[in-house]
Design a binder for this molecule. Structure first.
Ligand code: AMP
Ligand code: TRP
Length: 327
């Protein structure tokens, strides 16, 4: 059995991009792997957070994890800051990474753009992410395409340390979903769907009500050709809607094109609204059941205990190989 690790930030509403790009894979992977799923609250504080809201968002995301079908009997689900090894290993890895490689990270460049000064945490964010992964001897990291560069960095750091010291870490591999791996904003298909975009109709969040889903999809940017055809370059808006359609229904692009031959965008969008509502309904119902339950807290506490057990072993090996502390 391979060990799988992934993390999602507890910042705001999880949207279709997160779901199709990452979360849906989490559920599939737990069938024949040993999976660890983490809510990365320490990553969240690399940008300003309201403490009360952060706490709520942690539980929101945890409840959503379980609602989409992550089973705590099969997988470990926990909150990053409950296991001290993340921050601890993060420091050790910082001492093995270079400012040059970190300044090449596109996410850092994007997030610090137009700011007078950028936080150090934002800069070392990918190193903490590497610590998350390496702490659990991870084989596979399922993530969206936008995390490719961070996974490469993690591999580089792991290999660097394995070469320099005794073999300390498993070198992990990223697993990137193709169809629907990069869901674009509904109002602007040149940008990826994001939690932070100002226009709420740029995204469909997993907990949106039916009216909101309908409005966002019906408003989505298309083009003036009036033909349902998958062509990312020339028809980015329509292609994005087709990816969502395909990912939620299991239909291929070809079959979608055939089904809507001679139809306008209106009919296609109406069907997509229904498909989306149907896909999200059971998730929402389960979420409402567990969001404020003791069960949720128990799952997270138990998850942290199990994660910490693995983390402690890795940290002992790291201290030994680096000569930290005393015997
Ligand atoms: P984040 O919202 O940055 O915490 O991302 C959580 C997970 O969802 C990560 O694995 C991302 O790669 C993935 N993700 C975020 N936005 C998108 C998007 N628009 N399309 C596909 N995957 C995404
Ligand atoms: N950086 C990831 C994102 O923004 C979240 C994350 C943090 C993560 N640690 C991780 C993903 C470890 C996979 C593995 O989406």
């Amino acid at each position: 059995m391979a060990r799988v690790f992934s993390g999602v930030q507890p910042t705001g509403n999880i949207h279709l991009g997160n779901y199709l790009g990452a979360l849906k894979q989490f559920v599939e992977l737990q069938e024949d792997n040993e999976c660890i799923y983490c809510i990365v609250d320490e990553h969240a504080i690399t940008v300003p957070q309201d403490p009360k809201e952060l706490r709520e968002h942690i539980l929101d995301v945890a409840a959503l994890y379980l609602a989409i079908g992550i089973d705590p009997k099969k997988s470990i689900v926990f909150v990053q800051s409950q296991v001290s090894g993340h921050a601890e290993l993060g420091w050790v890895l910082c001492c093995q990474s270079y400012t040059g490689e970190l300044s090449r990270m596109t996410q850092f460049k994007d997030k610090s753009k137009n700011k007078e000064s950028a936080g150090t945490g934002l800069f070392t964010y990918p190193v903490l992410m590497a610590a998350d992964i390496l702490l659990y001897d991870t084989d596979i990291v399922p993530v969206g395409n936008d995390q490719k560069q961070h996974i490469e960095l993690c591999r580089d750091i792991a290999q660097r340390i394995n070469n320099k010291y005794k073999k300390t870490f498993v070198v992990p591999e990223g697993r990137f979903l193709k169809a629907g791996a990069r869901v674009m904003a509904l109002d602007d298909p040149t940008k990826k769907m994001s939690k932070s975009a100002e226009n709420v109709h740029s995204r469909v969040s997993l907990l949106d009500d039916e009216n909101k889903i309908k409005k966002s999809i019906m408003k989505a940017t298309t083009d003036s050709e009036g033909v349902i055809r998958y062509d990312v370059e020339n028809k980015p808006g329509v292609s994005n809607l087709m990816s969502i359609y395909s990912a939620l229904s299991g239909m291929s692009f070809e079959d979608i094109e055939k089904k809507y031959e001679g139809c306008g965008y209106g009919d296609f969008k109406k069907d997509l609204v229904q498909i989306t509502i149907d896909a999200l309904k059971p998730i929402k119902e389960r979420y409402e059941e567990i969001r404020h339950s003791d069960y949720l807290i128990e799952v997270l506490k138990d998850g942290a205990r199990r994660a910490d057990e693995i983390a402690q072993k890795t940290m002992a090996r790291v201290r030994e190989n680096f000569g930290l502390g005393i015997k």
